[in-house]
Write a protein that binds this ligand. Structure first.
Ligand code: ADP
Ligand code: G6P
Length: 737
């Protein structure tokens, strides 16, 4: 039976050796806590690092370790201390983590880290290959393993691979500073589906793919030579029921069963019933804005001194990545800040901040969530932030106020919370006051919406939606294509039709079909191999070959006239047969061109890298050499301007491959190719092309025609081939019949 393989650096449990034996402690962090619920429910194997280095592991314990992990449905990847240093503390947490959270000043670009990162990613990929079958579905998680999808793809080209990034994907301006940016993108693109928490992260990723790899992106599909990768946002939920049930049980706990922490919290409440508890829980990480929050708390107490002795801030900071210097400095900074503020403001009856630096058991988290009047979470940047969701889920009576940073992914879905900018102390002080004084009815009204949404979009739904999209993709049940790949068996069928036909008609587009694109269109000249191929096709007495292009007649005259090929240019304005001069095929007028030209020129001025190609009866604005995002934006703008300008004047705008062409409406390749069929009885009609202008042929030629699109794009053609190399191979097959 096929299974799902979950793969992440961190497993849901971490093993520790104490007194010669093993203990498994639950992992902290959004990935582990969220995926744990998904994993426990289904048929999956979770592969990751056990938490022990090879050096720490006595050989005698190997078997016990495997057994302990197996009990949790897990299997380990062994890592040495050196690997952990370069891969985990190094590239993952001194390069990617700060960079992707916009902390450029903390980002280190070390070649050694990168080398180890690659080697360790390969180890994870090898472990997947070893422990899975071809039919298993692979789900890779997070920034520590961004190269794994491509590494697995190389060995298992047909396996279904999904990737989910649990942290932000930064804007192109940040991402492009990474020296190994192309490799990272290519690693991720080994997946079939790439998921992010928010649409913004998805947008940033697609922008980098377009700009750095120059790949075509249409909506949320990335087109590689022979594959389409889907990119989408799936905001991660929590195990709502688990938190809710825990809170319900907590509410029922009789006095004697309370935890020590709960006793302390209850005592506090009893001694100062009108004091509000403000809670913050995070891993001790600079991205969480803990130090700023403490400063903002001091600011609040100074701005609204009436709340001194009336509020208490509880900070639970969970130790994290303590080998990384920035985390050590942060720990020191927070210790000092808490010390200073408590020293300066405490009274006999009141300590403003209670600070815990430790990992608490789940029950204690629930104690804190249920006992606090306000949760105050101020990350400077956070992929999602599940703590915000967990706090709301535990509020059984619907009271409680959530103050949440706009910079957290969860803020997109939690509009009813009080959203703040963590850098704005003024706003935070006022928001704290508003939270403290918020009427219960308002708290309940806000939380009702939040709870309903969290319950509906829980972690199980999140995982199911991701897996559903991945399965849909791998079953090919995906609306990106309407054509079929030209497989060897289809090619056989087509060449058989070709060889049996007595009278054949072929339409071949030039740019992007017979030859690749060039920055300067005049340099995309035909090569010897192409001439030979076309000569062979053209010289077959049973075949009528047409080159059909949007090019101008001067260029094609120069390249092909002496070969005597039949040619249709400017999308159907001109025709030349058997080596004769070009004649007009369509009667078109060009007066409109003088009006349109200044518009195109203004776009050239405003879009570096773009230029105008003037033909006899049409004008094209090329934007292949512009910044891809910017070029697309300008093209959309130009389209709007032109459409409003031309009205019903018999002129139309064609959107080609990085080119917009304005021409007479009655001219297109479809009309031209149909005219060429005339009254003749062709028993094999074939058309091949790569862009929108060729769609007219695919649409208008008879149903029996063999129509082929070059590249994986939406099309009306029956078949597609991946690239120009395949086009030539296909045509070569024809010549061999
Ligand atoms: P991140 O993934 O960056 O750590 P999140 O807020 O998304 O941030 O996830 C933190 C997760 O870790 C939450 O699910 C939370 O319940 C869990 N967690 C936080 N503190 C503790 C703790 N002291 N003990 C156990 N789990 C914790
Ligand atoms: C974040 C990351 C996870 C990571 C977790 C805890 O949630 O997205 O990948 O596991 O933090 O960090 P750690 O370094 O302890 O695994």
């Amino acid at each position: 039976m096929s299974k799902t393989i979950i793969i992440s650096n961190r497993l849901p449990v971490q093993l520790q050796i104490s007194d010669g034996g093993l203990t498994a402690i639950p992992s902290v962090g959004g990935l582990a806590t969220g995926m744990k619920s998904v994993h426990s429910g289904g048929e999956s194997l979770w592969i990751g690092w056990s938490g022990l280095t090879e050096e720490d592991t006595p050989p005698a314990l190997e078997k016990d370790i495997d057994k302990a992990l197996k009990e949790h449905g897990c299997a380990k990847v062994n890592l040495t201390a050196k690997e952990i240093e370069g891969f985990y503390f190094g590239f993952s947490n001194r390069t990617v983590w700060p960079l992707f959270h916009y902390f450029m000043e903390y980002t280190e670009f070390e070649l050694d880290f990168w080398d180890v990162y690659k080697a360790v990613n390969q180890k994870f990929a090898d472990a997947i290959i070893e422990k899975s079958d071809e039919n298993d579905t692979i789900w890779v998680h997070d920034y520590q393993l961004m190269l794994v999808p491509q590494m697995v793809r190389e060995k298992r080209p047909n396996t279904s691979i999904g990737f989910f990034l649990h942290i932000p994907f930064p804007s192109y301006e940040i991402f492009r500073t990474l020296p190994w940016r192309e490799e990272v993108l290519q690693g991720l693109l080994g997946s079939d589906l790439i998921g992010f928490h928010t649409y913004d992260y998805e947008r940033h990723f697609l922008s980098s793919v377009r700009r750095l790899l120059g790949l075509d992106v249409s909506f949320n599909d990335v087109y590689l030579d022979h594959r389409v990768i889907k990119v989408d946002s799936f905001p991660m939920g929590i195990d709502y029921k688990k938190f809710r049930d825990a809170a319900l049980l907590h509410g029922k706990n009789i006095h004697e069963k309370r935890s020590d922490l709960q006793v302390k919290l209850d005592d506090h409440k009893a001694s100062a019933p009108d004091t509000k508890l403000i809670l913050s829980i995070d891993r001790l990480d600079y991205s969480k804005g803990i130090a700023k929050r403490i400063n903002a708390f001091e600011y609040f107490l100074n701005k609204y001194p009436e709340y001194k002795e009336k509020v208490r801030l509880i900070i639970l900071a969970v130790p994290s990545r303590s080998n990384v210097p920035q985390y050590q400095l942060l720990k020191k900074e927070i210790d000092e800040l808490v010390g200073r503020i408590n020293g300066e403001l405490s009274t006999v009856n009141w300590t403003p901040i209670w600070y815990f630096y430790r990992s608490l058991p789940f029950e204690n988290l629930i104690d804190l969530y249920t006992s606090s009047d306000i949760a105050w979470l101020t990350p400077l940047r956070d992929g999602m932030n599940l703590v915000a969701k967990e706090y709301i889920a535990t509020r059984i009576d619907k009271t409680g106020v959530l103050i949440l940073s706009e910079m957290a992914g969860s803020a997109y879905e939690m509009n009813e919370a009080l959203l703040i900018n963590p850098n704005n102390f003024e706003q935070q002080a006022d928001t704290l006051k508003a939270a403290i004084t918020m009427p219960k009815e308002e708290q309940m009204a806000r939380n009702m919406f939040l709870q309903n949404r969290l319950e509906r979009y829980n972690v199980e739904v999140w995982a199911n939606e991701f897996m559903h999209a991945l399965n849909k993709k791998s079953e090919g049940d995906d609306d990106a294509f309407v054509s079929q790949k030209m497989s060897p068996s289809i090619l056989n069928k087509v060449t058989k039709q070709y060889s049996e036909a007595k009278k054949r008609l072929l339409f071949l587009d030039y740019d992007g079909t017979l030859t690749g694109f060039h920055k300067d269109p005049q340099k995309a000249t035909p090569d010897d191999e192409l001439y030979q191929l076309l000569d062979q096709l053209h010289n077959d007495k049973n075949t009528t070959l047409f080159l059909i292009s949007g090019r101008d007649k001067q260029t094609f005259t120069k390249w092909f006239l002496d070969r005597k090929y039949n040619m249709i240019v400017e999308h159907g304005v001109w025709i030349s047969t058997g080596g004769e001069e070009f004649k007009m095929l369509e009667n078109v007028k060009g007066e409109w061109m003088e009006k349109i030209k200044p518009v195109l020129e203004s776009f050239v001025d405003r879009t570096p890298g773009s230029f105008i190609e003037e033909k006899n009866y049409s004008m094209a604005w090329h934007y292949r050499n512009t910044d891809p995002d910017f070029g697309e934006k300008r093209a959309t703008e130009l389209n709007t301007v032109l459409t409003s300008l031309i009205g019903n004047d018999g002129i139309s705008v064609l959107n080609g491959n990085k080119v917009m062409e304005v021409k007479s409406s009655n001219v297109n390749k479809g009309r031209a190719s149909v005219r060429m069929m005339g009254e003749d009885n062709y028993d094999f009609i074939f058309a091949i092309g790569d862009d929108w202008t060729d769609e007219y042929m695919f649409q208008e030629l008879p149903e029996t025609a063999v129509t082929v699109k070059v590249g994986l794009k939406k099309t009306q053609a029956k078949y597609y081939v991946e690239n120009t190399k395949r086009v030539r191979e296909l045509l070569k097959e024809f010549t061999m019949q």
